[in-house]
Design a protein around this ligand. Structure first.
Ligand SMILES: Cc1cc2nc3c(=O)[nH]c(=O)nc-3n(C[C@H](O)[C@H](O)[C@H](O)COP(=O)(O)OP(=O)(O)OC[C@H]3O[C@@H](n4cnc5c(N)ncnc54)[C@H](O)[C@@H]3O)c2cc1C
Length: 415
Protein backbone atom coordinates (compact mmCIF):
# COMPACT_ATOMS: atom_id res chain seq x y z
CA UNK A 1 0.00 0.00 0.00
CA UNK A 2 1.29 3.52 -0.88
CA UNK A 3 2.32 5.67 2.09
CA UNK A 4 0.88 9.18 1.73
CA UNK A 5 2.69 12.23 3.06
CA UNK A 6 -0.08 14.48 4.44
CA UNK A 7 -0.04 18.30 4.12
CA UNK A 8 -2.75 20.94 3.95
CA UNK A 9 -1.48 22.18 0.59
CA UNK A 10 0.81 20.87 -2.19
CA UNK A 11 2.45 23.67 -4.18
CA UNK A 12 3.73 22.46 -7.54
CA UNK A 13 6.53 24.77 -8.71
CA UNK A 14 9.08 26.36 -6.40
CA UNK A 15 9.86 29.40 -8.57
CA UNK A 16 9.26 33.00 -7.48
CA UNK A 17 5.51 32.39 -7.19
CA UNK A 18 5.56 28.94 -5.57
CA UNK A 19 8.28 29.87 -3.08
CA UNK A 20 6.49 33.00 -1.91
CA UNK A 21 3.15 31.18 -1.77
CA UNK A 22 4.62 28.57 0.59
CA UNK A 23 5.83 31.28 2.97
CA UNK A 24 2.58 33.27 2.86
CA UNK A 25 0.47 30.15 3.49
CA UNK A 26 2.82 28.97 6.23
CA UNK A 27 2.36 32.38 7.89
CA UNK A 28 -1.40 31.72 7.82
CA UNK A 29 -0.87 28.37 9.58
CA UNK A 30 -1.10 25.92 6.66
CA UNK A 31 1.41 23.08 6.24
CA UNK A 32 2.80 22.96 2.70
CA UNK A 33 4.89 20.72 0.45
CA UNK A 34 6.70 22.52 -2.37
CA UNK A 35 7.62 20.33 -5.35
CA UNK A 36 10.07 21.56 -7.99
CA UNK A 37 11.84 19.72 -10.77
CA UNK A 38 14.97 21.83 -10.28
CA UNK A 39 17.58 21.76 -7.55
CA UNK A 40 16.95 24.69 -5.13
CA UNK A 41 20.67 24.98 -4.34
CA UNK A 42 21.27 26.02 -7.98
CA UNK A 43 18.35 28.50 -8.18
CA UNK A 44 20.13 31.33 -6.33
CA UNK A 45 23.29 30.98 -8.42
CA UNK A 46 24.65 33.24 -11.19
CA UNK A 47 23.89 30.82 -14.01
CA UNK A 48 20.20 30.19 -13.23
CA UNK A 49 18.22 33.35 -13.98
CA UNK A 50 19.78 36.56 -15.29
CA UNK A 51 16.64 38.67 -14.91
CA UNK A 52 15.81 41.33 -12.42
CA UNK A 53 12.33 42.05 -11.10
CA UNK A 54 10.75 45.44 -10.52
CA UNK A 55 9.08 44.82 -7.17
CA UNK A 56 6.23 47.31 -6.75
CA UNK A 57 5.92 49.09 -3.42
CA UNK A 58 2.71 47.19 -2.60
CA UNK A 59 4.43 43.83 -3.37
CA UNK A 60 7.36 44.89 -1.18
CA UNK A 61 4.91 45.11 1.76
CA UNK A 62 4.32 41.35 1.37
CA UNK A 63 8.05 40.62 1.56
CA UNK A 64 8.32 42.93 4.58
CA UNK A 65 5.39 41.34 6.43
CA UNK A 66 6.78 37.86 5.82
CA UNK A 67 10.14 38.94 7.32
CA UNK A 68 12.01 38.62 4.00
CA UNK A 69 12.87 42.22 3.27
CA UNK A 70 15.97 42.47 5.50
CA UNK A 71 17.67 39.86 3.32
CA UNK A 72 16.57 41.61 0.11
CA UNK A 73 17.00 45.30 0.85
CA UNK A 74 20.85 45.48 0.69
CA UNK A 75 20.58 44.27 -2.93
CA UNK A 76 17.47 46.27 -3.85
CA UNK A 77 17.80 49.58 -5.71
CA UNK A 78 14.95 52.03 -5.14
CA UNK A 79 13.17 53.43 -8.21
CA UNK A 80 12.80 57.16 -7.54
CA UNK A 81 11.69 58.20 -11.03
CA UNK A 82 10.45 56.54 -14.20
CA UNK A 83 11.15 58.28 -17.51
CA UNK A 84 9.31 56.99 -20.56
CA UNK A 85 10.47 58.20 -23.97
CA UNK A 86 8.79 57.59 -27.28
CA UNK A 87 12.22 57.21 -28.85
CA UNK A 88 12.31 56.47 -32.52
CA UNK A 89 15.34 54.51 -33.69
CA UNK A 90 15.82 56.90 -36.60
CA UNK A 91 16.15 59.89 -34.30
CA UNK A 92 18.50 58.12 -31.93
CA UNK A 93 20.72 56.47 -34.53
CA UNK A 94 21.16 59.32 -37.02
CA UNK A 95 21.50 62.42 -34.93
CA UNK A 96 21.88 60.90 -31.46
CA UNK A 97 18.81 62.78 -30.22
CA UNK A 98 16.64 61.21 -27.59
CA UNK A 99 13.45 61.74 -29.45
CA UNK A 100 10.49 63.87 -28.83
CA UNK A 101 7.97 62.78 -26.23
CA UNK A 102 8.85 62.06 -22.64
CA UNK A 103 6.79 61.25 -19.59
CA UNK A 104 8.28 61.70 -16.15
CA UNK A 105 6.91 59.95 -13.07
CA UNK A 106 8.44 61.32 -9.88
CA UNK A 107 7.90 59.26 -6.71
CA UNK A 108 8.02 62.47 -4.63
CA UNK A 109 4.67 63.47 -6.15
CA UNK A 110 3.04 60.66 -4.15
CA UNK A 111 4.28 62.30 -0.94
CA UNK A 112 6.73 60.97 1.63
CA UNK A 113 9.90 59.07 0.88
CA UNK A 114 8.17 56.10 -0.74
CA UNK A 115 9.97 54.95 -3.93
CA UNK A 116 7.88 53.65 -6.85
CA UNK A 117 9.38 50.20 -6.32
CA UNK A 118 12.71 48.39 -6.20
CA UNK A 119 14.78 46.53 -8.77
CA UNK A 120 16.03 43.22 -7.37
CA UNK A 121 18.05 40.50 -9.07
CA UNK A 122 16.03 37.29 -9.41
CA UNK A 123 18.90 35.25 -8.03
CA UNK A 124 18.66 37.21 -4.75
CA UNK A 125 14.88 36.77 -4.62
CA UNK A 126 15.20 33.03 -5.23
CA UNK A 127 17.94 32.60 -2.61
CA UNK A 128 15.96 34.58 -0.03
CA UNK A 129 12.81 32.51 -0.61
CA UNK A 130 14.68 29.19 -0.51
CA UNK A 131 16.64 30.13 2.65
CA UNK A 132 13.39 31.11 4.40
CA UNK A 133 11.68 27.88 3.28
CA UNK A 134 14.63 25.84 4.62
CA UNK A 135 14.11 27.50 8.02
CA UNK A 136 10.31 27.06 8.13
CA UNK A 137 8.94 24.28 10.35
CA UNK A 138 5.81 23.54 8.36
CA UNK A 139 7.14 23.67 4.77
CA UNK A 140 8.76 20.64 3.15
CA UNK A 141 10.77 21.37 0.00
CA UNK A 142 10.65 18.27 -2.18
CA UNK A 143 13.19 19.13 -4.89
CA UNK A 144 14.52 18.15 -7.25
CA UNK A 145 11.39 16.09 -7.81
CA UNK A 146 8.89 16.13 -10.67
CA UNK A 147 5.14 15.81 -10.30
CA UNK A 148 3.88 12.88 -12.33
CA UNK A 149 0.10 13.01 -11.81
CA UNK A 150 -2.63 14.38 -9.57
CA UNK A 151 -6.09 12.94 -8.96
CA UNK A 152 -8.83 14.94 -7.32
CA UNK A 153 -11.13 13.15 -4.91
CA UNK A 154 -14.07 14.31 -2.83
CA UNK A 155 -12.08 14.80 0.34
CA UNK A 156 -8.49 15.21 -0.91
CA UNK A 157 -6.14 15.52 -3.87
CA UNK A 158 -3.44 12.90 -4.32
CA UNK A 159 -0.27 13.95 -6.12
CA UNK A 160 2.21 11.32 -7.25
CA UNK A 161 5.83 12.28 -7.82
CA UNK A 162 8.04 10.57 -10.38
CA UNK A 163 10.28 9.30 -7.55
CA UNK A 164 7.36 7.29 -6.13
CA UNK A 165 6.34 9.60 -3.27
CA UNK A 166 2.64 10.50 -2.85
CA UNK A 167 1.16 13.59 -1.27
CA UNK A 168 -2.38 13.78 0.11
CA UNK A 169 -3.63 17.37 0.49
CA UNK A 170 -6.82 19.39 0.69
CA UNK A 171 -5.61 21.73 -2.07
CA UNK A 172 -3.06 21.79 -4.89
CA UNK A 173 -1.61 25.15 -5.91
CA UNK A 174 -0.40 25.26 -9.51
CA UNK A 175 2.74 27.43 -9.56
CA UNK A 176 4.22 25.43 -12.40
CA UNK A 177 4.69 28.31 -14.83
CA UNK A 178 3.27 29.38 -18.16
CA UNK A 179 3.18 25.85 -19.60
CA UNK A 180 1.43 24.51 -16.48
CA UNK A 181 0.68 20.81 -16.86
CA UNK A 182 -1.74 20.97 -13.90
CA UNK A 183 -3.77 23.57 -15.79
CA UNK A 184 -3.80 21.47 -18.97
CA UNK A 185 -4.79 18.28 -17.12
CA UNK A 186 -7.68 20.15 -15.48
CA UNK A 187 -8.85 21.07 -19.01
CA UNK A 188 -8.59 24.78 -18.28
CA UNK A 189 -8.40 26.63 -21.58
CA UNK A 190 -5.90 29.42 -22.18
CA UNK A 191 -6.00 32.53 -24.35
CA UNK A 192 -2.49 32.75 -25.75
CA UNK A 193 -0.39 34.27 -28.48
CA UNK A 194 3.28 34.84 -29.28
CA UNK A 195 4.69 38.33 -29.61
CA UNK A 196 7.31 37.57 -32.25
CA UNK A 197 9.59 39.44 -29.86
CA UNK A 198 12.48 38.26 -27.69
CA UNK A 199 13.49 39.85 -24.40
CA UNK A 200 17.30 40.23 -24.36
CA UNK A 201 18.51 40.68 -20.80
CA UNK A 202 21.97 41.82 -19.73
CA UNK A 203 23.63 43.76 -16.92
CA UNK A 204 25.89 46.78 -17.48
CA UNK A 205 28.26 48.67 -15.19
CA UNK A 206 28.43 52.38 -15.95
CA UNK A 207 30.54 55.41 -15.18
CA UNK A 208 27.83 57.76 -13.85
CA UNK A 209 25.09 57.21 -11.29
CA UNK A 210 21.61 56.36 -12.55
CA UNK A 211 20.20 58.23 -9.52
CA UNK A 212 17.43 55.70 -9.14
CA UNK A 213 15.87 56.54 -12.52
CA UNK A 214 14.30 53.72 -14.54
CA UNK A 215 14.25 54.58 -18.25
CA UNK A 216 12.05 53.03 -20.89
CA UNK A 217 12.58 53.90 -24.55
CA UNK A 218 9.84 52.81 -26.92
CA UNK A 219 11.65 51.77 -30.08
CA UNK A 220 9.88 50.32 -33.15
CA UNK A 221 11.11 46.77 -32.38
CA UNK A 222 9.84 47.01 -28.79
CA UNK A 223 10.59 48.70 -25.46
CA UNK A 224 14.19 49.08 -24.27
CA UNK A 225 14.27 49.37 -20.48
CA UNK A 226 17.23 50.45 -18.33
CA UNK A 227 16.55 49.48 -14.74
CA UNK A 228 18.69 50.82 -11.88
CA UNK A 229 20.66 48.29 -9.84
CA UNK A 230 23.00 48.69 -6.86
CA UNK A 231 26.70 49.61 -7.36
CA UNK A 232 26.40 51.77 -10.50
CA UNK A 233 24.90 48.91 -12.47
CA UNK A 234 21.75 48.68 -14.57
CA UNK A 235 19.77 45.78 -15.91
CA UNK A 236 18.64 45.96 -19.55
CA UNK A 237 15.47 44.45 -20.85
CA UNK A 238 15.82 44.94 -24.59
CA UNK A 239 12.76 43.75 -26.50
CA UNK A 240 13.77 42.94 -30.05
CA UNK A 241 12.04 41.38 -33.05
CA UNK A 242 12.45 37.61 -32.65
CA UNK A 243 13.98 37.26 -36.13
CA UNK A 244 16.67 39.85 -35.34
CA UNK A 245 17.41 38.91 -31.72
CA UNK A 246 19.57 35.86 -32.50
CA UNK A 247 21.98 38.00 -34.54
CA UNK A 248 22.31 40.57 -31.71
CA UNK A 249 22.88 37.80 -29.16
CA UNK A 250 25.64 36.31 -31.33
CA UNK A 251 27.61 39.60 -31.65
CA UNK A 252 31.09 39.80 -30.20
CA UNK A 253 31.52 41.80 -26.98
CA UNK A 254 32.54 45.05 -28.67
CA UNK A 255 29.70 45.08 -31.22
CA UNK A 256 27.11 44.05 -28.62
CA UNK A 257 28.22 46.95 -26.42
CA UNK A 258 28.03 49.33 -29.38
CA UNK A 259 24.43 48.26 -30.11
CA UNK A 260 23.57 48.88 -26.47
CA UNK A 261 25.31 52.27 -26.47
CA UNK A 262 23.33 53.28 -29.57
CA UNK A 263 20.11 52.64 -27.68
CA UNK A 264 21.32 53.88 -24.31
CA UNK A 265 22.69 57.24 -25.39
CA UNK A 266 25.50 58.89 -23.44
CA UNK A 267 23.73 59.81 -20.18
CA UNK A 268 25.43 57.17 -18.00
CA UNK A 269 28.91 57.65 -19.47
CA UNK A 270 31.14 54.70 -20.39
CA UNK A 271 29.57 51.29 -19.92
CA UNK A 272 30.64 47.68 -19.84
CA UNK A 273 28.45 44.60 -20.20
CA UNK A 274 29.07 42.17 -17.33
CA UNK A 275 28.09 38.52 -17.17
CA UNK A 276 25.99 36.48 -19.52
CA UNK A 277 23.43 37.62 -22.10
CA UNK A 278 20.05 36.03 -21.58
CA UNK A 279 17.08 35.73 -23.89
CA UNK A 280 13.41 35.01 -23.30
CA UNK A 281 10.83 34.43 -26.06
CA UNK A 282 7.83 36.62 -25.21
CA UNK A 283 4.27 35.33 -25.22
CA UNK A 284 0.88 36.01 -23.64
CA UNK A 285 -1.05 33.35 -21.68
CA UNK A 286 -4.25 33.96 -19.75
CA UNK A 287 -6.09 31.02 -18.16
CA UNK A 288 -9.87 31.11 -18.67
CA UNK A 289 -10.35 29.85 -15.12
CA UNK A 290 -8.02 30.13 -12.12
CA UNK A 291 -9.62 27.25 -10.22
CA UNK A 292 -11.00 23.73 -10.37
CA UNK A 293 -12.00 21.38 -7.56
CA UNK A 294 -8.98 21.30 -5.15
CA UNK A 295 -6.85 23.33 -7.59
CA UNK A 296 -5.86 27.03 -7.61
CA UNK A 297 -3.61 28.61 -10.27
CA UNK A 298 -1.16 31.36 -9.30
CA UNK A 299 1.65 33.30 -11.02
CA UNK A 300 2.55 32.49 -14.60
CA UNK A 301 0.39 29.35 -14.50
CA UNK A 302 -2.58 31.76 -14.39
CA UNK A 303 -1.20 34.64 -16.50
CA UNK A 304 2.07 35.31 -18.30
CA UNK A 305 2.30 38.81 -19.72
CA UNK A 306 4.62 41.09 -21.71
CA UNK A 307 7.41 42.51 -19.51
CA UNK A 308 6.81 46.05 -20.87
CA UNK A 309 5.46 47.30 -17.53
CA UNK A 310 7.39 44.96 -15.19
CA UNK A 311 4.16 43.65 -13.66
CA UNK A 312 4.14 39.86 -14.31
CA UNK A 313 5.47 38.75 -10.95
CA UNK A 314 3.66 41.56 -9.13
CA UNK A 315 0.38 40.07 -10.37
CA UNK A 316 1.54 36.74 -8.95
CA UNK A 317 2.34 38.34 -5.58
CA UNK A 318 -1.21 39.68 -5.43
CA UNK A 319 -2.61 36.22 -6.31
CA UNK A 320 -0.65 34.74 -3.41
CA UNK A 321 -1.71 37.39 -0.88
CA UNK A 322 -5.36 37.10 -1.97
CA UNK A 323 -5.30 33.28 -1.80
CA UNK A 324 -3.77 33.45 1.70
CA UNK A 325 -6.66 35.68 2.88
CA UNK A 326 -9.36 33.53 1.24
CA UNK A 327 -7.99 30.27 2.70
CA UNK A 328 -7.51 31.79 6.18
CA UNK A 329 -11.11 33.03 6.19
CA UNK A 330 -12.39 29.64 4.98
CA UNK A 331 -10.55 27.76 7.68
CA UNK A 332 -11.84 30.13 10.38
CA UNK A 333 -15.37 29.32 9.18
CA UNK A 334 -14.61 25.58 9.20
CA UNK A 335 -14.94 25.29 5.41
CA UNK A 336 -13.05 22.90 3.12
CA UNK A 337 -10.19 24.96 1.57
CA UNK A 338 -10.26 22.85 -1.59
CA UNK A 339 -13.97 23.26 -2.29
CA UNK A 340 -15.16 25.14 -5.35
CA UNK A 341 -17.21 27.50 -3.20
CA UNK A 342 -14.13 28.69 -1.30
CA UNK A 343 -11.84 28.81 -4.35
CA UNK A 344 -14.41 30.83 -6.27
CA UNK A 345 -13.79 33.70 -3.83
CA UNK A 346 -10.14 33.66 -4.93
CA UNK A 347 -11.05 33.54 -8.62
CA UNK A 348 -13.54 36.44 -8.31
CA UNK A 349 -10.93 38.54 -6.54
CA UNK A 350 -8.07 37.93 -8.96
CA UNK A 351 -9.20 36.98 -12.45
CA UNK A 352 -10.78 40.21 -13.62
CA UNK A 353 -8.01 42.34 -12.08
CA UNK A 354 -5.18 40.37 -13.69
CA UNK A 355 -6.98 40.04 -17.06
CA UNK A 356 -7.37 43.84 -17.17
CA UNK A 357 -3.70 44.45 -16.49
CA UNK A 358 -2.56 41.64 -18.82
CA UNK A 359 -4.60 43.04 -21.72
CA UNK A 360 -3.52 46.60 -20.88
CA UNK A 361 0.16 45.64 -21.19
CA UNK A 362 -0.61 43.83 -24.44
CA UNK A 363 -2.24 46.97 -25.84
CA UNK A 364 0.66 49.14 -24.67
CA UNK A 365 3.13 46.89 -26.48
CA UNK A 366 1.07 46.93 -29.68
CA UNK A 367 0.62 50.68 -29.55
CA UNK A 368 4.29 51.45 -29.00
CA UNK A 369 6.23 48.67 -30.79
CA UNK A 370 5.94 50.22 -34.23
CA UNK A 371 6.79 53.31 -36.20
CA UNK A 372 3.42 53.91 -37.84
CA UNK A 373 2.86 57.69 -38.25
CA UNK A 374 -0.78 58.09 -37.09
CA UNK A 375 -0.25 55.76 -34.12
CA UNK A 376 2.85 57.67 -33.13
CA UNK A 377 0.94 60.94 -33.19
CA UNK A 378 -1.92 59.44 -31.13
CA UNK A 379 0.37 58.00 -28.47
CA UNK A 380 2.44 61.18 -28.27
CA UNK A 381 -0.75 63.19 -27.71
CA UNK A 382 -1.72 60.67 -25.00
CA UNK A 383 1.69 60.93 -23.35
CA UNK A 384 1.55 64.73 -23.53
CA UNK A 385 -1.86 64.73 -21.79
CA UNK A 386 -0.75 62.39 -19.01
CA UNK A 387 2.42 64.41 -18.54
CA UNK A 388 0.43 67.59 -17.94
CA UNK A 389 -2.25 66.27 -15.59
CA UNK A 390 -0.94 65.54 -12.09
CA UNK A 391 -3.87 63.32 -10.91
CA UNK A 392 -3.44 61.13 -14.03
CA UNK A 393 0.27 60.81 -13.35
CA UNK A 394 -0.52 59.75 -9.77
CA UNK A 395 -2.94 57.05 -10.97
CA UNK A 396 -0.23 55.68 -13.28
CA UNK A 397 2.28 55.67 -10.43
CA UNK A 398 -0.13 53.87 -8.11
CA UNK A 399 -0.80 51.36 -10.89
CA UNK A 400 2.96 50.80 -11.26
CA UNK A 401 3.10 50.41 -7.48
CA UNK A 402 0.33 47.73 -7.68
CA UNK A 403 -1.47 49.83 -5.09
CA UNK A 404 -4.91 50.07 -6.72
CA UNK A 405 -8.04 47.96 -6.30
CA UNK A 406 -8.97 45.73 -3.37
CA UNK A 407 -5.70 44.83 -1.67
CA UNK A 408 -5.20 41.64 0.37
CA UNK A 409 -4.11 42.11 3.99
CA UNK A 410 -0.45 41.29 3.28
CA UNK A 411 -0.38 44.08 0.65
CA UNK A 412 -2.49 46.81 2.18
CA UNK A 413 -0.90 50.02 3.41
CA UNK A 414 -0.65 50.49 7.19
CA UNK A 415 -3.79 52.30 8.25
C1 LIG B 1 12.46 39.37 -19.63
C2 LIG B 1 11.48 39.34 -18.47
C3 LIG B 1 11.50 40.36 -17.54
C4 LIG B 1 10.58 40.37 -16.48
N1 LIG B 1 10.58 41.41 -15.59
C5 LIG B 1 9.64 41.46 -14.63
C6 LIG B 1 9.58 42.58 -13.72
O1 LIG B 1 10.39 43.51 -13.78
N2 LIG B 1 8.59 42.60 -12.77
C7 LIG B 1 7.67 41.60 -12.67
O2 LIG B 1 6.78 41.70 -11.80
N3 LIG B 1 7.73 40.52 -13.50
C8 LIG B 1 8.68 40.43 -14.47
N4 LIG B 1 8.73 39.34 -15.31
C9 LIG B 1 7.79 38.21 -15.08
C10 LIG B 1 8.31 37.24 -14.02
O3 LIG B 1 9.65 36.91 -14.27
C11 LIG B 1 7.45 35.98 -14.00
O4 LIG B 1 6.10 36.37 -13.86
C12 LIG B 1 7.82 35.05 -12.85
O5 LIG B 1 9.17 34.68 -12.90
C13 LIG B 1 6.94 33.80 -12.89
O6 LIG B 1 7.25 32.96 -11.81
P1 LIG B 1 6.44 31.61 -11.58
O7 LIG B 1 7.00 31.05 -10.30
O8 LIG B 1 4.99 31.81 -11.71
O9 LIG B 1 6.84 30.66 -12.81
P2 LIG B 1 8.22 29.96 -13.19
O10 LIG B 1 9.38 30.82 -12.89
O11 LIG B 1 8.06 29.48 -14.61
O12 LIG B 1 8.32 28.69 -12.22
C14 LIG B 1 7.66 27.49 -12.46
C15 LIG B 1 8.38 26.38 -11.69
O13 LIG B 1 7.61 25.18 -11.79
C16 LIG B 1 8.48 24.08 -11.90
N5 LIG B 1 7.73 22.98 -12.53
C17 LIG B 1 7.04 23.00 -13.70
N6 LIG B 1 6.47 21.80 -13.94
C18 LIG B 1 6.80 20.99 -12.88
C19 LIG B 1 6.52 19.63 -12.56
N7 LIG B 1 5.76 18.83 -13.32
N8 LIG B 1 7.04 19.12 -11.41
C20 LIG B 1 7.81 19.90 -10.60
N9 LIG B 1 8.09 21.20 -10.87
C21 LIG B 1 7.60 21.73 -12.00
C22 LIG B 1 9.63 24.62 -12.74
O14 LIG B 1 10.81 23.86 -12.49
C23 LIG B 1 9.76 26.06 -12.25
O15 LIG B 1 10.72 26.23 -11.22
C24 LIG B 1 9.63 39.31 -16.37
C25 LIG B 1 9.62 38.27 -17.30
C26 LIG B 1 10.52 38.28 -18.36
C27 LIG B 1 10.48 37.16 -19.37
Amino acid sequence: MTEFEQFDIAIIGGGLAGGLAALALDARGFSCAVVDAQDPSLMGGQGFDGRTTAISYASARVFKRLGLWDAISPGAEAIRDIVVTDGRARGRFDDGAISTFQLHFDSRELGGDQPLGWIVENQLLRKTLNDAIAGADHISMLAPARRASTRYENAQAVTELEDGRSLATALVVAADGRFSSLRAEANIKVNQWRYRQTGIVATVVHERSHQGVAQEFFLPSGPFAILPLTDNRSSLVWTERADAAAAFLALNEKDFRREIENRFGPYLGKLEVTGKRWSYPLAFHLAQSYIALRLALIGDAAHAIHPIAGQGYNLGVKDIAALADVLRDARELGLDIGSLGVLDNYQRWRRFDSATLALGTDLLNRLFSNDIGPLRIARDIGMGAIGKVAPLRKIFMRQAGADLGKLPSLMAAES
